[in-house]
Write a protein that binds this ligand. Structure first.
Ligand code: URA
Length: 493
């Protein structure tokens, strides 16, 4: 072999081909990219470069070389894949992006692009599992450290470590794996060390039982779907998760426990639940057979089948958005109330009446708007004969978000008005305070946004005077909608 540059060696042994290069690089994405840039600048054909990982190479990050940002996102993930051909694949794609086809990444049918996407996807699934299934055990030494053993499918330790740094910023921790280890000392920088075997990790700690108790308490036998559960939590991860030892027994007891839950169910659990509309499946098939549905109508039918949150079993029906599909104004509330649940329409009860009046005072008619909610099922607690509104949990808001997101995409309003903190949390951080952030037109994602109070909060004011003052402020906020639409129109020109 003959040295041609610091890290590049002409490979005379390989097929006796004098144009073959053995490119050494420090075995991580940044190291590979520094070396790849050298090859790209010299226009080395991908078939002539052999990639050789060499931990002794010390290379600093290079610029993007004009390749699209999307390449780096995909390539960083794919570089963690366990297949040995990943480096040559990355280089081939980089070379073709530079020399042949700048739009290469949009050609999903191209064999190399497809392989790159598959590698990146497989790595991101592995990272997702690592985030979900790493279990730390407490180790008492000079100072307390939390240590975990995890067996990833790919070389994802460095790639995934910043997530754990953010998530467990105040602890000292180590994640040990058979492909390398990551460590965090509670401040400073993450550091990494060689692979170890499982004997280096603690086998258990005093929290083990707590995990099991927690898992038993959140396990709902009535919602058990074994295949879905095993696809989300594949068996290969079980051996390193303390709570997994509970699973076989919980599955075995599920039927008996469900039966006993049904027997113990109080009549109040079914309180006021109105007559359910015809089964959504039938509704969907009948509609599809006779009518051509708009995308929004199709979405509404899909949402009527949704039972992602437990409340779907108790509520009368899904209450989807309503109004013009081309509305400039979208109004987002929290969740349907008692009346909305029974009638199947948003803002059909007392809060809706107040909203209608306030809109009118602000010069807006309900017909100009598309009205919807952050959450599509009524969440309540039975109390005597009443169903008392229960604030939806963040998990419910998150799982319902896909419906709202799609409604926004399809209606494409110029302005979205958020009524109350739950609605605002769907777009802004949960740190939003209505008193602080209401009444200002904000721009994001190419449209205007306005936060204001929820009409139910006005109805809850203690006396008439306070109610009137709150109502006036509400109308004042709604008057800004016109300004928001004007801004949107100006920006569109
Ligand atoms: N409150 C809401 O947030 N939405 C409704 O649909 C009714 C009351």
């Amino acid at each position: 072999m003959r040295q041609t540059s610091l890290f590049e060696v002409r490979d005379q042994s390989a097929d006796n081909d004098s144009n073959s290069y053995c490119q050494k690089f420090s075995p991580d994405f940044d190291g590979w990219w520094v070396a790849a840039r050298v090859c790209l600048e010299r226009n080395r054909d991908p078939s002539s470069v052999h990639w050789l990982e060499d931990p002794s190479c010390r290379q600093t990050a290079a610029r993007t070389g004009g390749l699209p940002a999307e390449f780096f996102t995909l390539a960083k993930a794919a570089s963690c894949h366990s297949n040995d051909d990943r480096w040559s694949l990355l280089y081939s794609v980089a070379w073709r992006l530079k020399n042949e086809q700048p739009q290469l990444l949009s050609l999903a049918g191209d064999a190399q692009v497809a392989r790159l996407n598959n590698y990146a996807k497989s790595v991101s699934r592995d990272v997702h599992k690592m985030k979900a299934f790493v279990r730390f055990r407490k180790v008492d030494g000079e100072s307390v450290r939390y240590v975990s053993w995890f067996e990833p499918q790919h070389n994802i330790v460095q790639y995934a470590a910043p997530f754990f740094k953010r998530r467990f910023a105040n602890m000292k921790w180590s994640i040990l794996t058979p492909v390398g280890c990551a460590h965090w000392e509670g401040d400073g920088e993450l550091w990494f060390s060689e692979a170890v075997d499982k004997t280096f990790a603690p086998a258990n700690d005093q929290f083990e039982d707590a995990w099991r108790v927690y898992y038993r308490s959140i396990f709902n036998p009535a919602r058990l779907k074994i295949s879905a559960m095993q696809s989300e939590m594949p068996k290969k991860y079980w051996k390193n998760m303390p709570e997994a030892s509970e699973i076989p027994a919980l599955i075995k007891q599920a039927e008996v426990r469900t039966q006993s839950m049904l027997e113990q169910r109080k009549p109040a659990d079914k309180l006021h639940c109105g007559a359910r509309p015809s089964h959504p499946d039938q509704l969907l098939n009948a509609k599809l057979a006779t009518e051509k549905l708009t995308p929004l109508q199709e979405l509404k039918l899909q949402a009527s089948l949704c039972d992602d949150c437990p409340q779907a079993q108790h509520a009368t029906q899904t209450v989807f958005g309503e109004g013009s599909e081309n509305a400039h104004i979208m109004i987002v509330g929290e969740q349907p109330g008692d009346q909305e649940d029974l009638q199947g329409r948003p803002f059909a009860g007392p809060a809706g009446q107040l909203l209608d009046n306030a809109l009118r005072r602000a010069g807006i008619s309900r017909e100009q708007c598309y009205l919807t909610n952050a959450v599509k099922h009524f969440h309540f607690e039975p109390r005597g004969k009443q169903r008392i509104h229960k604030k939806p949990a963040p998990g419910v808001i998150a799982s319902c978000h896909r419906w709202l997101q799609r409604e926004i995409e399809l209606v494409n309003p110029a302005i979205i008005v958020y009524l109350g903190a739950t609605a605002a949390s769907t777009q802004f951080s949960s740190a939003v305070r209505i008193s602080k952030h209401r009444g200002q037109i904000m721009q994001a994602d190419g449209r205007q946004h306005l936060i204001t109070a929820h009409p139910a909060s006005i109805l809850r004011q203690v006396n008439q005077e306070a109610r009137q003052a709150a109502y006036r402020s509400f109308v004042q906020d709604l008057m800004l909608v016109e300004t928001g639409i004007a801004h949107a129109m100006q920006r569109a020109q």
